[in-house]
Design a protein around this ligand. Sequence first.
Ligand code: ADP
Length: 260
Amino acid sequence: VIEKIVDEENKLSHIKHVIATTSGKGGVGKSTVSVNTALALAKFGYKVGLLDADIYGPNIPTMMGIEGTPITIDLKYKDKILPIEKYGIKILSIGNLVPKDAAVIWRGALIHQAIKQFLDDVIWGDLDFLVVDLPPGTGDAQLSLAQLTKVSGGIIVITPQNVAMSDAMRAYDFFKRLNIPTIGVIENMSYFICPHCGARTDIFDHGGAKKFANETGLDFLGEIPIDVEVREGGDKGKPIVISNPTSPVAKAFEDVARSI
Ligand code: ADP
């Protein structure tokens, strides 16, 4: 087993593309997009890792239905961490490494150290994509990730209303300053179709992401409606791309993955 692990470890540097998702603020569905996009990429046959670097709200373990502490392997030179595998992707979350519900005070140096460990000491093996769920905003995690590795592209998740757009603009500016090419922008919670009467309501307005894309020249990667199944999937640890793969929302996430 150790031999196999060491063998895997040798392939560590074979992460072809690091893809970062961010948002201007919390609660817009950034983790939901990260999880479902990563799963859609795996569905297309890519080898995918998902790194939850959202130090302020690491909820990917809940969304993917994984619990517990990843296995640490004591190799000759230093300890290595094995990511947890579920639904065909490799996952590691800061939430797996700190006690659940612990309020962690992350200072810049600590964040840098954690991200370095995620990149250097995790046996990711051979990956086509490592999707990194960054914290919202313009903080140390973004900065450290950009310093520590080459990020192939960033995705910005926004909700349609105008206030979300100014937050997104800051996130986009930050990506630019860090030399992270932005792949595009996704509008989450874009509209709501009533499951009872079929009427559509634009709860948080509609079209903000498209407007943002037009203003910035970025690609518009699609719109995801507010959907009970999306929320349920997140709560139950079975994301919609897995729980209802033929649904329009799952297909919309596939479109996002295709644009990467
Ligand atoms: P963030 O990572 O931006 O903080 P999350 O992905 O954790 O946001 O989403 C916040 C909450 O909103 C979660 O409970 C999630 O299940 C829910 N949610 C996100 N997107 C949708 C959607 N399109 N429809 C319904 N619920 C959603």
